[in-house]
Design a protein around this ligand. Structure first.
Ligand SMILES: *Cc1c(COP(=O)(O)O)cnc(C)c1O
Length: 432
């Protein structure tokens, strides 16, 4: 049966848009969407409207093809065999590292492959933390953090006796910069914060924050999971000591990510895990470590994942972050305007300097009920605390509904979301 596509018809054009801002017309949205096979599937008899890219973005055909080709034609273990396949696999794996390093303005040997942002931050907390953090030290983080930039520091504090200091968030959903400065007065050893909020879309002023933290003598650890998909990352300009991100939030595969760290810090850090690949020499008397980044990559790595990650970065760079940003800016402005029309809907987070992720509550409809109704209409959103419980507590919420847009999202999908919300209001009553 043909799915009802009427709600995906092109929306009427909205007036009053800023002519300096590119519109969808400049971004060949159909050509972009055609590269994502999953976007043409149906869910519960409706065309899929995928508004959960902040949890995981979809991979384009070219990433899928690259992973497929690796397994079909090049698969062998890396850095070991003196045979052709191993040499090809190693070259593809290291080329992916070079692509990612180049993309963020770093040297290849400063980029460690990890399972993702979570493992990258755990690596820093476990390795740098265990050598350089003691019972008298303070680790500063923010109430905005994803659990993956929160719990590793709690574990470190438990192990070492170090104290945690939580920087507050303003009612508008931005970082409280005065409280940030107050936290620095206590001379923390580490300051950890996110580049972009996965719940509120807030873009933090990273280079300003890293500069203030450095002046106070701290090292900085930045969670870039929600920034890397949306903007080019220049670690030199941003100025952190460590920067973590995940492939699957930026059109790559799951289970692979990167940790960038300053060379001199990585050199001084003990290994995170022990095993093959990460040693220089092993004897019964003791072992010595391989140079960075291999010191931190124990065991057979996720070779296919790394190669797919490199391909995703190439895909995004060739498509161009300027066009991507203009498209998302246009879409975010349109979504804000349409969400504003919905009576009883409360939006959290700033209206400016934000990405295209929207957290909201709608009357007293439970976010899970909302997402269930939307799902029945093929619309995928997220409901819950989004691994942001301290932030939800800050706003007195147990959770929100969250719709997130990406390079393949359309205004018609914003319209579908709004229509879905009205449908939910009819089911639960009491709202427009
Ligand atoms: C998704 C996300 C993470 C965790 O990434 P994983 O790939 O699950 O390790 C961390 N921080 C933010 C802001 C995220 O959005």
């Amino acid at each position: 049966m043909e799915a009802d596509r009427s709600h995906l018809a092109p929306p009427p054009s909205v007036g009053g848009s800023d002519p300096a801002v590119a519109t969808e017309a400049d971004w060949d949205i159909e050509a972009v969407r055609a590269q994502f096979p999953i976007l043409s599937r149906e869910v519960h008899g409706h065309p899929l409207v995928y508004l959960d890219s902040a949890a995981s973005a979809q991979p384009p055909l070219r990433v899928l093809d690259r992973i497929d080709r690796y397994y079909r034609e090049q698969h062998a273990n890396v850095h070991r065999g003196a045979h052709q396949l191993s040499a090809e696999a190693t070259e593809a794996y290291e080329n992916a590292r070079a692509t990612i390093a180049d993309h963020i303005g770093a040297d290849s040997d400063e980029v460690v492959f990890t399972r993702g942002t979570t493992e990258s931050i755990n690596l820093v907390a476990a390795s740098w933390g265990s050598r350089f953090v003691g019972a008298d030290d303070i680790v500063a983080l923010t109430k905005m953090e994803h659990h993956s930039n929160f719990v590793p520091w709690q574990l470190l504090a438990e192990r070492t006796g170090a104290r945690l200091r939580f920087v507050d968030v303003t009612p508008e959903g931005t970082l409280d910069l005065e409280d940030f400065d107050r936290a620095l007065e206590d001379r923390p050893k580490i300051v950890a914060f996110m580049h972009v909020s996965n719940s509120l879309g807030t873009i933090n002023p990273v280079s300003d924050l890293t500069e203030r933290a450095r002046a106070a003598g701290a090292i900085t650890v930045v969670d870039g999971a929600q920034a890397a998909p949306h903007m080019p990352i220049d670690v030199q300009g941003l100025g952190p000591d460590f920067y973590a991100f995940s492939a699957h939030k930026m059109c790559g595969p799951t289970g692979i990510g990167a940790l960038w760290g300053r060379r001199e810090l990585l050199d001084d850090m003990p290994p995170y895990q022990g095993g093959g690949e990460m040693i220089s020499e092993v004897t019964t008397a003791g072992s010595s470590w391989a140079a960075v980044p291999h010191k931190f990559e124990a065991g057979t790595p996720n070779i296919a994942g790394a190669i797919g990650f490199g391909e995703a970065v190439r895909f995004l760079s060739e498509l161009g972050f300027d066009g991507l940003a203009a498209h998302e800016h246009d879409l975010a402005a349109y979504a804000l305007a349409r969400l504003d029309e919905v009576d009883g809907l409360t939006l959290y987070g700033p209206r400016e300097d934000r990405t295209s992720v929207f957290s909201f509550t709608y009357g007293d409809i439970h976010p899970h009920d909302l997402s269930t109704i939307l799902d029945q209409n093929g619309i995928a959103i997220r409901a819950g605390h989004h691994c942001n419980q301290p932030l939800m507590d800050r706003f007195g919420l147990s959770g929100t509904a969250r719709a997130s847009f990406y390079l393949y999202s359309t205004r018609a999908e914003v319209d579908a979301l709004i229509e879905g919300l009205r449908m939910a209001a009819r089911v639960f009553g009491g709202l427009s």
